[in-house]
Design a protein around this ligand. Structure first.
Ligand SMILES: [Zn+2]
Ligand SMILES: [Zn+2]
Length: 96
């Protein structure tokens, strides 16, 4: 069950990119800048950013614009969760 949970969650993650807060730029994996940051600019503040697909509407969003529900094994974007009825649905999925 626990392994399944991770699998399902990973499926929703389409891509992992980096964001450098010092340069204010997005770095994609394989980008020369990623290596340069590792070697020459280790003091720069890098953040991992996950690109996800919303389990409800299918929109592509970053992790800061989505919420994860372990009950659903899904990420939903904030656009969907902005709606009260979707929000209730999202949080009321515990099956006991
Ligand atoms: Zn930087
Ligand atoms: Zn959505």
């Amino acid at each position: 069950m626990a392994e399944n949970w991770v699998d399902e969650r990973d499926k929703a993650i389409l891509e992992t990119i980096y964001f450098c807060e010092n340069c204010n730029i997005v770095l994609e994996p394989g980008d020369k800048e990623v290596e340069r940051h590792k070697k020459e600019l280790p003091h720069h503040k890098m953040r991992k950013v996950f690109i996800l697909r919303c389990g409800n509407c299918g929109n592509i969003v970053t992790d800061s614009h989505a919420q994860y529900s372990p009950e659903r094994n899904q990420f939903w974007c904030k656009n969907c969760l902005f709606s009260t009825s979707f929000r209730q649905e999202f949080y009321a999925t515990r099956q006991e």
